[in-house]
Structure formats: structure tokens, C-alpha cells
Design a protein around this ligand. Structure first.
Ligand SMILES: O=C[C@H](O)[C@H](O)[C@H](O)COP(=O)(O)O
Length: 224
């Protein structure tokens, strides 16, 4: 069994009856959603789920999970999501699948956040993975040029048809090829202060627990 499936299935065991659960997005989160739907059926659990993307929403509905909009629920008990990079001090990059905005909104309205990853995502320093920045389409070329001037090596995210990728909320994504982010907190604040930037993929002080795969097939659970 691959690492993504192992950690996805493990994470689904952290959900308890009666919880409001945030469902993450991506290839690892898919395994968690499938395993959770199985548990709900087999153990007759009564849970409410909130999605972080249209793709996850569709999957969860097809599996019969009880879905609600974020605005319809009070605080989420537990959100389980994937990640693209995680540093030893529990900061991360997310948004490789373009879902960073809804993911961050759901995560910051959750009592607890768990990230599920294979061991390739655990890094010493963030930044090898291109950092996604979600921008409003209006005037985005100006934001793009500022990123060029600052040496951030930006590239518009493209979809399969080679046109600009559009997020679930109708925005664009500019990926920054930084290679290394020395001070993620400061950089996160700097990006947020740029008008036209809606959100970025740096998730600072958000995750509580990381469930990571290993080459030997064992699972590591790390708590902040
Ligand atoms: O926008 C996508 C999300 O942040 C994903 O959770 C992240 O990219 C990890 O995805 P995957 O599990 O497919 O590597």
C-alpha cells in the first residue's frame, strides 16, 4: 500500500462520532475521505463534513457523506488535509492543487488540524516547492511584474489546456519559484500586504499534528 493511502486511512481513525470534520483536498486527502466514508457506513457514525474544494465536495457527496457549508456550522472539530511541504517547526506550504484559499479558511476555523503526507514532503527549509499565491484577476499583471522585480521568479499556474488556472473562487494562481524561504512568517506578511493578493500557500502556526509515511511502511504521528 502506498504512503498516501496509509496515512489517509490512519487519519480517518482520528474522527469521532458527532464531530464536525473539515475535508482536505488532493491525492492524499482522497484516501482519507474514502476511508472516512467507509467508517461512517460500517460504524454508523453521525458526523457533519465541510469541504475545502469543489472536487472534494463532489467526492464526499458521491460517497454519501453529510455535507454542510462552512457558514452553516460553528467551529470545525477536526480538519484533515494534505500538504506540499512541512518544516520541522510545523509550518507548511499548501496549494499545489490550487485549493489554498478555502483550505486556509477551513483550517483557521478548526479546533484541530492534521496534515497527512508521504515522507517526501518533510523538508528542512520551505521553498523548494513553488509557493502558490492566489490573486484577483483584475490587474494581476501588475502583481506579477512586482514579483518579477523582487526576484521571486513567478509563473502563472496553467491548466491542462495551457490557459490560466482558475480557482474555485474565480481567482488566478501565481507560483513563486523561490527555492528557499528563510523567514516564512515575514514573507507571509509581506505577500499579504500586496494589494490584489487574496491569499498565499504559506500556512504558519496552523497544523497541530502531522501523520507522515515512511519508506518502511510505518506511520509517524508528530505532534507540535
Ligand atoms: O491545493 C491543494 C492542497 O493544498 C493539497 O492538500 C496539497 O497540494 C497536497 O496534495 P497531494 O496530497 O495531492 O500531494
Amino acid at each position: 500500500m502506498n504512503q498516501k493511502q496509509l496515512v489517509g486511512e490512519k487519519a480517518a481513525t482520528f474522527v469521532e462520532d458527532g464531530m464536525i470534520v473539515g475535508l482536505g483536498t488532493g491525492s492524499t486527502a482522497i484516501f482519507m475521505v474514502q476511508a472516512l466514508a467507509e467508517r461512517v457506513k460500517n460504524e454508523n457514525l453521525s458526523i457533519v463534513c465541510v469541504s475545502t474544494s469543489k472536487a472534494t465536495e463532489e467526492l464526499a457527496v458521491s460517497l454519501g457523506l453529510n455535507m454542510k457549508d462552512l457558514s452553516e456550522v460553528d467551529e470545525i472539530d477536526l480538519t484533515i488535509d494534505g500538504a506540499d511541504e512541512i518544516s520541522p517547526d510545523f509550518h507548511g506550504i499548501k496549494g499545489g492543487g490550487g485549493a489554498l484559499l478555502y483550505e486556509k479558511i477551513v483550517a483557521t476555523n478548526s479546533k484541530k488540524n492534521i496534515w497527512i503526507v508521504d515522507d517526501s514532503k518533510l523538508v528542512d527549509t520551505l521553498g523548494k516547492f513553488p509557493l502558490p499565491v492566489e490573486v484577483v484577476p483584475f490587474g494581476s499583471e501588475h502583481v506579477f511584474r512586482k514579483f518579477v522585480e523582487k526576484g521571486y521568479q513567478p509563473e502563472y499556474r496553467k491548466d491542462d489546456a495551457d490557459t490560466k488556472f482558475v480557482t474555485d473562487s474565480g481567482n488566478l494562481i501565481i507560483d513563486l519559484y523561490l527555492n528557499k524561504i528563510e523567514d516564512p512568517k515575514t514573507f507571509a506578511n509581506e505577500l499579504k500586504s500586496e494589494v490584489g493578493v487574496v491569499e498565499h500557500g504559506l500556512f504558519i502556526d496552523i497544523v497541530d499534528q502531522v501523520i507522515a509515511g515512511t519508506a518502511t511502511g510505518e506511520i509517524e504521528v508528530k505532534t507540535k
